[in-house]
Design a protein. Structure first.
Length: 302
């Protein structure tokens, strides 16, 4: 990938205003080192999502994927933004109810209004563990956050919950004898059915203390009253087949089945566009969100 002068480097110019500024040479050199082991010719869902949100941490292949997805579904940017808005709402809800430990899985690349920023507006003592499998997201997040005792960034795969929960960045920061909010927003659809997502969620449930919360958002084409939306969502999702993380759309009923063992908090499962106050009747955008609490495991299963 190159800038308009033909210079190869990972990121486009850092923007500090309407026109932005070019990072200094030492910054570009450091960013090149991050990019060296990454296959920039393969589109990546996380980096394409960053582009949809207006971010700069993406390559040519990622931008081509994002534009192809947007061509198939012009509401893709609105859906990406609605997922972030739902995430911020959920964080405020959790911290406002006394849950000051948050674990964001599939955290992606940093954006304005990240989980720790929102949490700290509610309670400056909140602790946040970010987890992502994407090395660019992890490297840039660590560099951006610097050193803080209240935030960690861990490279791990959410599909292997036991290994992830025992990693130092998670286990040393969060006390799982106290309530934790697990945030799975905009990532559950990249967990395929063959990965046994229900079992993954049960493993997280079993690791959580009473009073914990699971927040999920799942892409869906289950909108029988909006057939054009459903068709566009399916078309857009098909383009992720070219990535290492193809998307799996799920119906509302399938999401309810995945959440067996979790109690839905009011108002239940809603399209992410409708979680914002005063937007209960907004047009759907193609993703369901829910805030849940773990139900006690049956005695026979303990």
């Amino acid at each position: 990938m190159s800038d308009h002068n033909g210079t190869n480097f990972l990121f486009r110019p850092t923007r500090t205003g309407a026109h932005g500024t070019i990072p200094p040479a030492n910054e570009r050199d450091r960013r090149r080192r991050w990019w060296d082991p990454i296959d920039i010719d393969q589109p990546n869902a996380a980096r394409a999502h960053d582009f949809l949100l207006g971010g700069s941490h993406n390559g040519d292949a990622d931008r081509r994927l994002a534009r192809t997805v947007s061509d198939a579904y012009p509401g893709a940017v609105s859906l990406a933004r609605a997922n972030r808005a739902f995430l911020r709402h959920a964080v405020r809800h959790c911290v406002g109810n006394g849950i000051t430990q948050l674990l964001e899985l599939g955290a992606g690349l940093p954006t304005a209004g990240s989980v720790h920023e929102v949490a700290w507006t509610e309670d400056p003592s909140a602790r946040v563990a970010y987890v992502d499998v994407e090395p660019v997201a992890v490297a840039y997040s660590r560099d951006l956050l610097g050193h803080t005792d209240q935030v960690t960034v861990t490279q791990a795969d959410l599909r292997h919950p036991r290994a992830m929960l025992s990693s130092p960045g998670v286990a040393d920061l969060l006390d799982f004898t106290r309530p934790v909010a697990v945030l799975l927003v905009g990532v559950l659809h990249f967990v395929s059915d063959s990965d046994q997502p229900a079992q993954i969620l049960r493993t997280y449930r079993d690791a959580l203390a009473p009073g914990s919360v699971l927040v999920v958002a799942q892409s869906s084409a289950d909108y029988p009253e909006h057939p054009r939306l459903a068709e566009a969502i399916r078309a857009a999702n098909s383009h992720y087949a070219s990535t290492r993380t193809p998307g799996t759309l799920r119906s509302r009923a399938e999401l309810i089945e995945l959440l067996d063992g979790w109690e839905l908090e009011p108002p239940g499962i809603l399209d992410v566009a409708r979680w914002e106050r005063g937007r209960m009747h907004a047009d759907p955008l193609g993703g369901y969100g829910a805030i849940t609490r773990p139900l006690p495991a049956p005695v026979w299963a303990r």
